[in-house]
Design a protein around this ligand. Structure first.
Ligand SMILES: Nc1nc2c(c(=O)[nH]1)N(C=O)[C@@H](CNc1ccc(C(=O)N[C@@H](CCC(=O)O)C(=O)O)cc1)CN2
Ligand SMILES: Nc1ncnc2c1ncn2[C@@H]1O[C@H](COP(=O)(O)OP(=O)(O)OP(=O)(O)O)[C@@H](O)[C@H]1O
Length: 189
């Protein structure tokens, strides 16, 4: 098996060439998400502000807000830690050193992970055998999810879906509970 870093770089390149397909998959994937039981049951939802090669999340953020849910988005912290804060909206986000719009840090506003009902986890590749996930390589979500007990899901366009992991699954990797794919919902709980 080729090394994880090489495989990740190739997959990121691949996603860049599939941006149109990813953008087109967004609407049907989001429809599946908002009609799922775990969406209905979630009051506080964590998602990301998407970048290039990712499923666009802005519409999803708006849909959650208009259905009265609280949307929290990540802020990266030193030592590859991450916290979630309420989304202040597009105009009030601050661009991080990685180029990702984030909420300003306010210790009093950090949302405890026990109070996050559903985390929509970003990634670049997912496996349909067990819901394994590969991200951009920061390890932020693996660390964050290691003691998270709520529900996780991911929006997975075809270019991110693999029959089994083509990358190396490691001891710290946390599988995703529900993959939302163009072939339907795949649950691993
Ligand atoms: N839209 C979005 N926001 C997100 C994530 C995401 O995947 N998507 N994250 C999901 O985790 C967190 C940020 N993830 C990051 C992952 C890696 C690096 C990083 O250090 N990149 C290095 C190269 C890493 C390496 O190859 O070792 C760099 O850019 O130099 C930064 C942020 C939080 N916000
Ligand atoms: N629970 C953890 N505790 C400590 N270190 C961890 C943990 N999980 C992952 N790491 C470290 O983080 C690094 C990156 O992990 P990995 O390659 O799985 O990232 P990723 O899941 O692709 O990225 P991300 O979660 O940021 O999207 C690894 O070198 C690993 O040692």
């Amino acid at each position: 098996m080729i090394n994880k870093k090489t495989w990740r770089q190739a997959q990121i390149q691949r996603l860049h060439t599939h941006q149109e397909e990813i953008d087109q998959a967004a609407a049907p994937l989001i429809t599946q998400l908002i009609t799922s039981p775990f969406w209905a049951q979630a009051q506080t939802i964590a998602t990301t502000v998407s970048g290039f090669g990712e499923v666009p999340t802005e519409r999803l953020i708006n849909l959650a807000r208009t259905s009265g849910k609280t949307v929290v988005i990540p802020r990266t912290m030193p030592q590859r830690q991450m916290v979630f804060l309420p989304d202040p909206g597009p105009e009030h986000r601050i661009i991080s050193e990685f180029g990702i719009p984030e909420p300003a840090f306010d210790p009093a506003a950090v949302v405890d992970k026990a109070n996050i009902d559903l985390i929509i986890v970003p990634g670049i590749a997912f496996s349909q055998d067990h819901g394994w996930r590969l991200g951009f390589g920061g390890g932020y979500y693996d660390r964050y999810l290691s003691d998270y007990s709520g529900t996780t899901c991911a929006l997975v366009p075809d270019a991110m879906l693999f029959a089994s992991p083509e990358w190396t699954v490691e001891a710290f990797d946390i599988p995703i509970d529900h993959l939302i794919t163009t072939k339907g919902l795949m649950s691993f709980e």
